[in-house]
Design a protein around this ligand. Sequence first.
Ligand code: ADP
Ligand code: MG
Length: 363
Amino acid sequence: MKKSKIAITLTVLALCASLLSGCFGNKNTTESTNNSAGNLTQYETLEPMSQTYFIFDTIVNVKIYDTRATKDNLKDIEDILKNIDMKISRNQETSEISKVIANAGIAPVQVSTDTYDLVSKALSYAERTNGMFDPAIGKLVGLWNIGHEGAHVPAVADIEEALQRCDYRKIEMNDDKHEIYLQEKGMDIDLGSIGKGYAADVIYDYLADKGFHSAIIDLGGNVFAMGSKPGGKKWTIGVQDPDKERGNGIGTIQVEDKTIVTSGIYERFFIEDGKMYQHILDPRTGYPVDNNISSVTIVTSRSTDADALSTTLFVLGIDEGLKFIENTPDAEALFITKDKKLYGTSGFKEMLKKTNDNYTFAN
Ligand code: ADP
Ligand code: MG
């Protein structure tokens, strides 16, 4: 049996987005509008300037809580998103990343500072994890094609061959010329693990530059809760129950000026012969990571880091992942396992107001 849930979900959501602005809940995290007593909070009286976009294969929703915000700001954000997509998307033939890939084994390609810095950032995580997080994993990502129509388990020989092309140490960076060179033909970069976080940061910086202090930037589960609610209270963000439809949480956290990013097994996957294959790959084996984790949620100050960290911790697993996050300043993590156990950093456990008794703390 084969099943591709994501294709259906995305189609429904895309329709939803094109018909109606702001009609959906978030993928992994949900912004709550009630305080703990269930009373309306002050900010709800201020209607946000809000728009929904469909880009990066995902639904993006931005809400600006400021009476000075205008439609022009929403248009600027659309341009920002398109601009990032034009730089880093593998699906856009003319993007800078596509040019880098097309020139693998041929020649270095000069790219914008944005692309250069993002690839450098991804490489820093690759180095920190000895390649468990690897932006050079594109060949394998393309082969498995998880989350897209027709995904199936590839032939072993094809996996072996793709694995040979996945090695971050063969991405050559030239700081002076801002050039990126993939040393071998057939190599491929994939920034799917970090791109949405990066986009959230760019939007955040744009809004900050315009003098706004209160916004929710949501890229399909990569949430940036900018500043605080109008009135100064913290934002309440729900942590998604991986086993339930979106909007059902295991609990909530209250944050101020933080980004919350989740990597999970539950939205991009397929099932073949009764086995589930999710979309984060193990660069040692060439197969999807097959551990007991349902999701990893990160809370930190920059979304690019949160996005890289959520994928990284997923690949590293609970023990290694918790060690890794302890050595990362200003970042908290929560693992949810398939058997409904919660493993968190002490900071996350302090923050989490658990509302679902099916889940229990295990550390
Ligand atoms: P999502 O895109 O659902 O938010 P993630 O941020 O965790 O989830 O990114 C997962 C994506 O990262 C995959 O779809 C793939 O494009 C890419 N990827 C898969 N395995 C790895 C890996 N080991 N290192 C870096 N990127 C990966
Ligand atoms: Mg990620």
